[in-house]
Design a protein around this ligand. Structure first.
Ligand code: GTB
Length: 218
């Protein structure tokens, strides 16, 4: 079976594993699935060959035999459903793990993306500085219940699942803001995710791409 993932040829994240191919790489490693990675330039993302894989011209995509998928959440769920290791067997526990996957993407990630927009995309706007405290407060409101839950458990609902994989991936995007490390319960949760051997392998693979681009021939 050949699984092929797409990732940035030159990631703007500086090799920090913050682009969304990282969550798919991590899921592939947790599932023990060998895979190929096709690197795509920003130009190529908007060309017909890539648009045939993802109509929005973005990474990541996954080709799994004849099946082509886009959207990191859909890809990770697909891998979790097809391979052992990311979803519990019991139907109710499985459904709850999927709830956490959606919570990461639909409830926790949106205010985090707003912070990125406020700090990077909108930073030259006259109102940018005034908006930042509001966005940071909105994130804290979202983090509070998560933090309380994780103060008493290692993972969100029993053992590690695809819900944790996505939640940790989403929370990592907060690290540069200081909001993650300001919360010891969440910081420890993310550190547990990062300590997993599958995460480490995925991180090293994406970092190797960045390093090779930064110093070709080194
Ligand atoms: N909802 C989609 C998904 O989950 O798959 C969103 C995919 C997406 O945003 N892809 C981005 C992309 O292809 C890369 S991950 N952008 C190019 C484009 O739209 O033309 C987003 C990202 C980019 C940069 C950093 N960074 O520098 O830290 C982090 C995350």
């Amino acid at each position: 079976m050949t699984l092929t993932l797409t990732a940035f040829e030159r990631s703007p994240d500086g090799g920090r594993g913050l682009a969304r191919d990282m969550r798919v790489r991590w899921a592939l490693e947790e599932a023990g699935q060998p895979h190929a990675v096709r690197l795509v330039s920003f130009d190529a993302l908007k060309q017909p060959a890539h648009l045939a894989l993802n109509p929005f011209g973005q990474i990541p995509t996954l080709e799994d035999e004849g099946l082509v998928l886009f959207e990191s959440g859909a890809i990770v769920l697909h891998l979790a459903e097809r391979h052992a290791g990311l979803l519990p067997e019991a139907p109710d526990a499985r459904a709850r793990a999927i709830s956490w996957l959606f919570a990461a993407l639909n409830t926790v990630e949106p205010p985090i993306l707003e912070l990125f927009a406020a700090r990077v995309l909108e930073r030259d706007q006259p109102w940018a500085e005034d908006r930042l405290p509001l966005v940071r407060d909105r994130i804290r409101t979202r983090l509070a219940p998560l933090s309380a839950r994780l103060a008493t458990g290692e993972w969100l609902d029993g053992g590690f699942t695809v819900g944790d994989l996505m939640m940790v991936s989403v929370l990592l995007r907060l690290r540069p803001s200081g909001l993650l490390d300001a919360d010891p319960s969440l910081a420890a949760y993310v550190a547990r995710g990062e300590a997993r051997p599958a995460y480490q392998r995925a991180f090293a693979a994406q970092k190797a791409v960045f390093d090779a681009q930064a110093s070709p021939g080194a």
